[in-house]
Structure formats: structure tokens, C-alpha cells
Design a binder for this molecule. Sequence first.
Ligand code: ACO
Length: 398
Amino acid sequence: LRQIKVKEDDFGLMTYDPGYTNTASCKSSITYIDGEKGVLEYRGFPIETLAENSSFTEVAYLLLNGQLPTSDELSVWRDDINHHTVVHENIKRQMESFRYDAHPMGMMISTVAALSTFYPEAKNVQDPENRKLQIQRLIAKVPTIAAFTFRHSQGHPYIYPNNKLSYSKNFLNMMFRMIGNDYEPNEALVKALDILFILHADHEQNCSTSVMRAIGSSEADPYSAWAGAAAALYGPLHGGANEAVLRMLTEIGHVKNVPEYVSRCKNGELRLMGFGHRVYKNYDPRARIIKKCADDVFEVTGRNPLLDVALELEKIALEDEYFVKRKLYPNVDFYSGLIYQAIGLPVSLFPVMFAIPRTVGWLAQWAEMMTDKDQRIQRPRQVYLGERNLDFVPISDR
Ligand code: ACO
């Protein structure tokens, strides 16, 4: 607390908490994190249990509805999503106008924002049925648009969704099928991708989710709010970190170069990307699951040599006083990029791979906020340090 009311006309007391390290912006029943113990739960279920037993679509239902679906409910939910997987042909044409080397995340953000112009009724955010419809549309269309960004970068024709396939399998199919060939996504890779989607689905009030809630609090439509949230995710300190990790591992190149790189991080010259977390002061439970998942993927794709660099980095950092003292452990992004690369995805697509599942978390948090009667437009205050009541000097006299 900073006391700023020292004279009669001062404002009074308010919290001064840069980066909101100790400020709860809302009440929520969706995701629980114990950063000291390294615990993550969705709606009360440990993330390890969900990653082992659930599918991404089931977890999406859980996050949005607060309970696991029965098999009938899950089947209806899958049909609801499948109903909306195709995008309007003009969306496709709009995407074709991007430069050949446009960053996929830039294409993603602007294309999803453009969806609001195709569904103008989305602005009726107070109507629960309308909210439900837009949620289904977004969850269904985001993977289609994501795959189109990849096909666009490759110069390959877009592959339309195949609703007979699961959510993750359909995505891989839209990414990698070539016209005229019988591409069949490998089941081990489908499973790994589904687990990665589960792990990234929600993480309470992180930077991008806070943006989703902030934009949503002004009652903007969810497509525009999604675009804002995705823009926040794009930064290298948040969802762009998996891209930064892969670039870092590639730059280090070999295990023998690891100690020198770690020294540069300790000097403050660089950050060890994929390390550290605002909330986790312990091993990120998602990183532990992903590390195991990597072994299953590499069995199919062959071992990525950068994995050895990553393992050596982790070993050295976890024994180094600098990292131990600051409680810096691998986070979710440290190993995810290696899996994405093994699956055949370019580094620039990694933040998009984060945005696909996080769409569910953003929407669950948005929907929760819309029914919270305590919720008001988000409007933080500031501690003003500038001058006041200055005399205006005409430009000719300055
Ligand atoms: N490498 C080296 N030093 C680090 C790192 C790192 N990755 N992360 C934090 N530190 C150091 C800081 O320099 C600081 O040291 P100091 O006390 O001597 O000044 C101390 O640890 C605390 O760091 P802050 O920046 O204050 O921690 P904050 O909670 O604000 O930042 C963040 C968290 C942004 C995740 C940070 O750890 C970081 O930049 N990590 C690398 C990027 C990354 O992996 N981001 C993904 C996060 S997970 C996600 O978004 C899904």
C-alpha cells in the first residue's frame, strides 16, 4: 500500500502493485494453482489426471461447464463444435491476401478479429444463448484458421475440416494432408498433441487471460476480445516463449556451449527462455508431463538432437545457485517447442499452437465474468508522478 493522501485534496489510499503480483482481479472457480507446490487443477481435477485420462474436447467441456460430461453430453458437444469448423469463403480469400512470409500469429489475430464482422450478433454479449453460440464457433474455427496460416506460408492449398476426425486429428489433417495423397496422422502424435492442448487450455489470470477479461469487461464482442488476448499471448515473455526457446536451443547448438550460455544468463545479458514463472516457484507440473510426452513423440519421429541441449541446460540451471535462489524452474514452454518441431511445425507457428487450446480458457473466463454480478469494467488507477497546473506558453515563445 502506498499512502498518497497526505493533504486534504489528495486522492487517498490505493494499492500500488506493478505487474499485479499480489492483486486478485476477480473471483473464479475455473483453475487452481499452488505455485509453491507446483499444483495445477482445472475445476478441481489435477492436471496430471486430465492429461492421462481425458481428451481435449472433454476438458474444454469441463472448463466451460464446470463438470465432466456424460457420454451423451460429450457427443452433443462434439457435434456442436463440428457444426462450426468451416469458415466463410471470404475469410479464406482475406487470408490469401497476406504476404507469403506473414507471421502466422499476425494472420491469426487479424483473421479472428475479422470474424466479428461475419457474426455481428456476437455483440449481444448479455444473451447467454448467443454467448454459447459464439463460444462454439470460436473453438471450432480457430484450428481451421490456424491450419490455413500454415498452408498459406507453405503456398499449399487450404484443406477443409473433416468432421469425422477428432479435434486434434482434424487439425493435423488440415495441416499436413496433400491433395491426392492418403495422409493419416500418426496416433502417437495425435495423442501427444491432444495432451499439449489439455496442458495449455487454461492458466487462471495470466497476461492474455487478463486482457480477455479486460476487453470483455467493456462488453466488446468475444472475437475482438480474443484478438486482444492473442496479441498479449504473442509476446516472448508469454506465449511467444516456446518460439524463443527453440531459437535459443538452436543458437546454443551443442551441449558443450551450455555452460557459457548459462553464464550469460546469470550476467543479466540474456534470459534463459522457458525458465521462470510469475506463479510457479517450483517445477511447472505441465513441463513434467510434456517432458514425458516428448519421449513418446521422439520414438515415432526420431530424437531431436536439441533435446540433449535442453536436458543439459535444465541440469546445469537446477544445480546453479543463481537459479536455485530465484526459484527458476523449467516452465511449460521449455519442452513444448521440441515436440512441435518433431511433429513438423515451423517455429513461427508455436505461439499459434498455444492460442488454439488457450481459446477455451479465455472463453471460459470470459463467460464466467459475464455472469459475475460483482464484475465491473476494468479500470485500474495509477500513482501520478507528473507536474500539474502548468502555464501554457504559446509555441512562438517556447
Ligand atoms: N533467466 C534468467 N534470469 C531470470 C529468468 C530467466 N528466464 N526469469 C527471471 N529471472 C531473474 C530476473 O532477472 C530477476 O532477477 P533479480 O532478482 O536479480 O533482478 C528474478 O529472476 C525475478 O524475475 P522477474 O522478471 O522479476 O520475474 P517475473 O515474475 O516478473 O517474470 C517471467 C516471470 C516473465 C516468466 C520470467 O521468468 C521470464 O522472463 N522467463 C523467460 C520467458 C519465459 O519462459 N516465459 C514463459 C512464461 S510461461 C507462459 O507464459 C506460458
